[in-house]
Design a protein. Sequence first.
Lengths: 439, 439
Amino acid sequence: MSIDLTRRVLSSQIDPEKMHDTEVVVAGWVEDVRVVGKILFAILRDREGRIQITVKKNESPKIYETLKSIHRESVIGVLGKVVKSDIARMGFEIVPKECVVYSYAHAPLPIGIIDKVHVELDTRLRHRVLDIRKDNVRAIFKIKATLVEGFRQSLRKRGFTEVHTSKIIAEGTEGGANLFEVKYFERVAYLAQSPQFYKQMMVGAGFERVYEVGMVYRAEPHNTTRHLNEYLSLDLEMGFINDEYDVMRLENEILIEMIDLINDENKRELKTLGVELPEVPERIPVIHFVEAMEILGYNEGEKLDLDPEDEKRLTEWSKEEHDSEFLFVDGYPLEKRPPYTMPDFERPGYSRGFDLLFRGMEVTTGGQRIHQYDLLVESYRRRGYDPRKFEFYFEVFKYGMPPHGGLAIGAERLLMKLLNLNNIREAMIFPRDRERLVP
Amino acid sequence: MSIDLTRRVLSSQIDPEKMHDTEVVVAGWVEDVRVVGKILFAILRDREGRIQITVKKNESPKIYETLKSIHRESVIGVLGKVVKSDIARMGFEIVPKECVVYSYAHAPLPIGIIDKVHVELDTRLRHRVLDIRKDNVRAIFKIKATLVEGFRQSLRKRGFTEVHTSKIIAEGTEGGANLFEVKYFERVAYLAQSPQFYKQMMVGAGFERVYEVGMVYRAEPHNTTRHLNEYLSLDLEMGFINDEYDVMRLENEILIEMIDLINDENKRELKTLGVELPEVPERIPVIHFVEAMEILGYNEGEKLDLDPEDEKRLTEWSKEEHDSEFLFVDGYPLEKRPPYTMPDFERPGYSRGFDLLFRGMEVTTGGQRIHQYDLLVESYRRRGYDPRKFEFYFEVFKYGMPPHGGLAIGAERLLMKLLNLNNIREAMIFPRDRERLVP
């Protein structure tokens, strides 16, 4: 006995008004089975929702026995009739004619799918596949997919080209710290911490505007709720800008579009999570680092960077003062930014580098970059780097590089804050940290 | 003096009929400068095309001197007037009022951009940024971006969810051969050869249909024109299939759509390359491995796999017999396919695994996978693997896995064959091979 699965309809495609009494194929996971006297109710879960299968023992004794005996999460296919029902939660039930069990689940499940028992994140991550079967976990990754798609759509329509650059590199962009080593045949190579050099090079290669979505790697040894050793970076770089304000304006626009797309495509998921996405203002406020210091009550020069507590206070300030949960901080001190960051020649010691803070966390780092060859080489030299190691990167600056800038959004950080997740690991299907390499 | 680059228009946006005598900002690379008496013609290249800047010495002596003195590939911005012209190749020229040099190119260029001198691939790859400035090289990557976008668009509209799975893994999908080692804190990890396990797990996690676009790694030590050590894999996996024919049908459909999208979005690039994309038939022919052996004149059992010469002869046959440059070969011998491949129970010794051949090369590997826990564990054991190492992967099969299958398209292989490139490295911005780690 077999069922033609190409005929399968999803739970969301069944309209009890129009399809009453017609024959359909449905399939999915048996989430729960209840037996009430001689009637059995099986809840079938597919990627869109749930379907109730109702079996009367005297009408279909074999199917009744099958469904009574299998464990939760077994996978079945059912050929049956749609029957309108005022009692069934979906407004209909399926009365089966045939039923095939594709996969017999073992019991007990290591973690329950429908039980409301609290499970530690560590256990959830160990059994991630089962964890994701829960609507409220799967919803996170449906929204993540839309977030990434929104990033790409917004850039595509602005003339950006998607690039795919190598993740195995000979030198780190930040020069050696926190790099994972790869044994590359006879040599030592590293996993890329960012596509920074390559995306700038692609601007100079004539694409002018490029983006890349890909994994990047940071061998940071500490375990925190906001760090991952492997994360998805949404990178863009654009040529022919006046300054970093053009980059911030672009990010402002694409954030609006990304959130619009999620609101549009993930209504069900947002409802499942009970989340309402924040409003992105038409103009996200921008403050200079010096202004940030004032707001935080520090003296100028007292601090050269913001710590998590500062970031938290600044977005609280921004929410209060500007009704914006997003805040750009521009003009970070030069020495705390990478050597390719454009100095602000009108404010010595400061750069044209910015961060976007959102709900107390840095979710983007960006800025205008140096495009002048001599200035760039000198900047690397002054920081103590050996310029010969970066010749492959400097070459483009020697042979014509437009003024340019760009940014990188940490996809998981943005998602984490958008959905109010407590731990960044919840925003990664298979997070990697110092302890976690499996699954 | 500065020019507002936010006012910039691209070469393709200038309509000489409508914009004659209006002031515009243009910017780009100075591809060439010719001086004819007291008139200077500079060809400015931007991401869309070319613009002629015409400067009369007596009208703009400073701009004349500037453009006369700078080297090719310097980057400039120009504020000037559009002047209709019957002589200029673009139908117009720009008469500048202001000119800013953003980047002074050094001379000579390591490789020319407009010279027709033949340059070896090795040299081109060493100076990849300059190489990509050539229209016919940049065109390859514009088309690659569309190819990838087409893959995603086609799957998105069929209910597939994009996933991003870890590339740092504890165990290889093929069990240890050709893996790059990563020093992962105190442990040894590997770079993923494919998202195979993870995409199957995501089908079982309830997404049912997933795709992933990402780099994968093969530590194959040999240098050939068809192998890369890092390449872009277009992966998909779908649940609730009848058999591998559903997967082949899907690939057939999405290939048609991917090629349609390129024809639609990359007319200019196809023209630059002088390439006409092949027709994908409504039904790509499918032959069984046994049939392939007959066509090639081998006895049954004489060979268990196809070599490059076989693949070439088969697509020649397909072109001749079916007028199709694409050919599915299904039912490969089981022992040559990975242990997760579904056996064909009606043809002992053969599998439900297929390849897609195109113009003499395998561009896709796919198939139906085993979804039954016992069968899968047994398959791994029989092949000599230690099942305990794969427990993180087997778990989903223990707790409900639908019948499923999928495939992986090698993006560079497909692109190489579509565009008739001689070496797969031409389809990668920064190819990685045994010798090449920079740029």
